[in-house]
Write a protein that binds this ligand. Structure first.
Ligand SMILES: Cc1ncc(COP(=O)(O)O)c(C=O)c1O
Length: 480
């Protein structure tokens, strides 16, 4: 559906500006998947969706719990007696039992090393709504937030589109595994000051999307020190808190501020059940602020994005079931670890390395050796081949504002084991000119440039076994 110029004049500046971010390759990849979705029998040559950070590995556990607890839904014969109490208008504070259960769960996924106050839990429509609410509370149009790169592409929409706030990247790179350094923060801050931009805060994701890494204690202390010195806010998006699947464990900002002297009015957490429980469809987002004024304002704003009372009611019971939650969290991290190992090993067999990570629902895959040149354009050319011919929707690093070309985010928890095998076979076949590819090491001169051409029909015929030695593929042609 297009707009004519005439229509544009009829609509608001928000409706007609580009900050919705949907013209990014990140969303283009999703469209390619929608046009031609993979199905094992109905469309085996289709695009496999590896651009969606969904956690589908533990639905069996949740389904079993639901079967054993039919009364938690007000739409079952076991629960219908509560229908009239729950279906009516609810206070925007949320059901008390829901806030208590969420506060307890937030502590649980942080190994019970911190507690959360149910009276500071404010509801929102997913972390998307929670992030926007946060910005509406903290900043005015034209103000800016620093965001370490690479970062979640939809932040442009979530944090900036309707609020009018700008995002300024803090450049991080692979030389130190994308660590956020004090000097990078200072450079970004001073650049903004020179441009007369008012910085209101720093927003971080911990664990990181797209890196799948957690921030270490020293970095977190540096960040809190930095925002205190500048008297700006720190918003910590911790929606992947329970996706940590191997050491080091998560260190939450909630722990750090208990250990150091700082102005707590500047500290805010965004949370959701979309990733940790795998319920993005429920739209449960949480604003948790240590600042009373922010809690009070966010709560009033929550009227625009309340979680349905039916959802609150059911989740209050589920999240309060300690035995279930303990089992779910332990099993979820075990299954994520298995997936991660399966994927990284499969990629290693063809000389593809990934950033060493310990969390998240994705890998940060390094394909820079397959670039014709180390440019964004080459990255996009490679990405087009991967989408159109290899038929995998992975997301290019540039859509995450990554400075270095050649990184791709690959989601691994939104599919079943058989689809993983097909995806790995396709990747292996694609790079099966592996003999010529050295194990990728960034910041080291490349031995060769690979230029790839790919014939999808012949490729499908020749997909290899994951265990077979890597033959030279006739399909991927490489030359220096
Ligand atoms: C870092 C980050 N924040 C927020 C969101 C949005 O989450 P939700 O589905 O809870 O709105 C995502 C989703 O991928 C994300 O990765």
């Amino acid at each position: 559906m297009g707009f004519s110029n005439k229509n544009y004049q009829l609509l608001s500046k928000i409706a007609t500006n580009d900050q919705h971010g949907e013209n990014s390759p990140y969303f283009d990849g999703w469209k390619a998947y929608d046009r031609d979705p993979y199905h094992p029998t109905k469309n085996p040559q289709g695009v496999i969706q590896m651009g969606l950070a969904e956690n589908q590995l533990c639905f069996d556990l949740v389904e079993e719990w639901i079967r054993n607890n039919p009364q938690v839904s007000i739409c079952t014969s076991e629960g219908v007696d509560q229908f009239k109490d729950i279906a009516i208008y609810q206070d925007y504070h949320g059901l008390p039992e829901f806030r208590q259960a969420v506060a307890k769960f937030m502590g649980r996924v942080r190994d019970d090393r911190v507690t959360f106050d149910p009276d500071r839990i404010v509801m929102s429509g997913g972390a998307t709504g929670a992030n926007e609410t946060m910005i509406f509370c903290l900043a005015d149009p034209g103000d800016a937030f620093l965001v370490p790169s690479p970062y979640y592409p939809a932040f442009t929409r979530d944090l900036g589109w309707r609020t009018g706030v700008q995002l300024l990247p803090v450049d991080c790179d692979s030389s130190n595994k994308f660590k956020i350094t004090k000097s990078a923060l200072e450079v970004a801050y001073h650049k903004a000051q020179e441009a007369n931009i008012n910085i209101k805060g720093l927003i971080i994701t911990n664990p990181s999307n797209p890196l799948g890494t957690t921030l270490d204690r020293e970095t977190l202390i540096d960040l809190v020190t930095f925002i205190n010195e500048k008297n700006i806010h720190l918003v910590c998006d911790e929606i992947y808190a329970a996706t940590v699947f191997r050491s080091p464990r998560l260190v939450s900002i909630a722990q750090i501020i208990e250990e150091m002297d700082c102005n707590r009015d500047l500290i805010h957490i965004v949370y959701s059940l979309s990733k940790d429980m795998g319920f993005p469809g429920f739209r449960v987002g949480i604003v948790y602020s240590y600042n009373d004024a922010v809690v009070s304002c966010a709560r009033k704003m929550s009227s625009f994005g309340l979680v349905s009372s039916q959802t609150q009611h059911s989740l209050a019971s589920m999240l309060s079931d300690d035995e279930f939650i303990d089992k779910f969290l332990a099993e979820s991290s075990k299954r994520l670890a298995n997936r991660y190992n399966k994927f990284t090993k499969g990629l290693e067999q063809v000389g593809i390395s990934c950033l060493n990570s310990n969390a998240g629902l994705f890998l940060w895959m390094d394909l820079h050796r397959l670039l014709k040149e180390e440019t964004k354009e080459s990255e996009m050319a490679l990405w087009r081949i991967i989408i159109d011919e290899v038929k995998l929707n992975v997301s290019p690093g540039s859509s995450f504002h990554c400075l270095e070309p050649g990184w791709f985010r690959v989601c691994f928890a939104n599919m079943d084991d058989d689809t993983v095998d097909i995806a790995l076979k396709r990747i292996r076949a694609f790079v099966s000119r592996g003999k010529d590819v050295e194990a990728p090491t960034r910041n080291k001169p490349r031995r060769m440039n690979l230029r790839l051409s790919f014939n999808s029909r012949r490729f499908e015929e020749s997909v290899m076994s994951p265990h077979s030695p890597i033959p030279l593929s006739p399909l991927v042609r490489a030359w220096t």
